[in-house]
Design a protein around this ligand. Sequence first.
Ligand code: SF4
Length: 511
Amino acid sequence: MINVILNKADFEYDIYGIVKAFFPKEEVECYYTNDVDIESKNVASTAHSVDKADENAKFWLDVDFKDSDKIIKMTFFEKGKEEKYKCEFETFADDRKKTKDNLKKSVYKLMSEVSNKELPWGTLTGIRPTKIPMKLLLEGKSTQEVFDDMKAKYLCSDEKINLSIEVAQEEIDILKKIDYENGYSLYIGIPFCPSTCLYCSFTSYPLGIWKNRVDEYLDALEKEIDFTAEKCKNKKLNSVYFGGGTPTTLLPHQLDRLIKKVKSSFDMSYCVEFTVEAGRPDSITREKLEVLRANGIDRISINPQTMKQETLKLIGRHHTVEQTIESFKLARELGFSHINMDLIVGLPGETIDDVRNTMEVLKELKPDNVTVHSLAIKRAARLTVFKEHYEKMKMINTSEHMKMCERYCREMGLVPYYLYRQKGMAGNMENVGYGQKGKAGVYNILIMEEKQTIMALGAGACTKLVLDEYNQDGNRKIARVENVKDVKNYLERIDEMIERKRSKMEEVKWH
Ligand code: SF4
């Protein structure tokens, strides 16, 4: 347990993020001294008074904003011992962003000293680090200037800066080809899966329970489709993505119905990409793939996660390695020319040799895209509940693992084209999407860089409206509209979900 004590309700999220990144296995709690009015709505909802702080915490980080308007002092105590570390830094009354960057740097340096560690992404704790180089490159900065800026402001490693610049350059190149400023994308979530994976934190329910109500689910989706098509009729639809869950849990005629509904409801003439996540090999059949091909879809994802049978069993994926390989070969035979494969590094019990073996199999198959995920332990996942048990089996992801995957991808002719991070990631790494030139997934970039509005339909789907206003980082603000997660609720409250979207779209100025 680490206690962070603040005497001002400010930047707690940023401080927490860095402390947690250095000590991922420790619980970190923020407390306020009596100087802070905890009843105030400006204070985080999880705020506690310092009286509630656990006396036995391993470390206490005292952040003292009060001494002067220009200096924030921090003291790091180890319980029962003397004050051990201390640092001070300058704040800028008229520049909150600069103050935040400075504060994060100070906390970083202090944590680094205490833990004797460096973090690959430095002070960047957010999930979209490539937004920074992308913005700077679009402003006309050279790659050297971007590098220097990221090094000085965020203390990232050279390797991660170079990776994020390469990704940003690739993204800019790909996005040049579409008029994304005047467009939007469509996400349709199918929240059913053959079984639930150990690490799953998505909206996913076992198909077995819901199979008799899937048609009702499609009825509800069709209502959302009609609303969206009407509301967005003056904008260009740039990409469509069926995700979930596992869209290929739908029966062939249900898949056909849904795709035809989308194609007949929207003007598809500006749509550069239509992706269906086949995801789980145990949901793929020849008939389903034929339906996709007959509807002109040639971009799918078939996700092995690992090519080690023992791990598949352990993580609750009821398919074999052979099934993955056969599904891939079948898709190729039927003419799919954009196939992505997802894998996860850091799965319980997997060694670097297991990851190497997975990459060897992928190399044989030659997918057009590979997305390398670092295992993220999310609160909602079963993995969290049994964390102690699985931790005994070791969940390891180091930069050696990531570099090895990168090497394999480059040998396959794939280059990194999108990147994001998640909370609770093994080894504090990232997820990287690699693609063959000309075959990268445009939707992945649009959603990750928040470049345009994503209309999201289905249980648990979250619409992101890109607004005309900008935040302090110079990026466009986003308004979110969430659908309820629970399928039963979604079916019963579909009209309310549509009204939620309508009212938000009328309330804000979206782009
Ligand atoms: S396939 Fe994906 S959505 Fe389905 S249970 Fe596994 S992780 Fe969750």
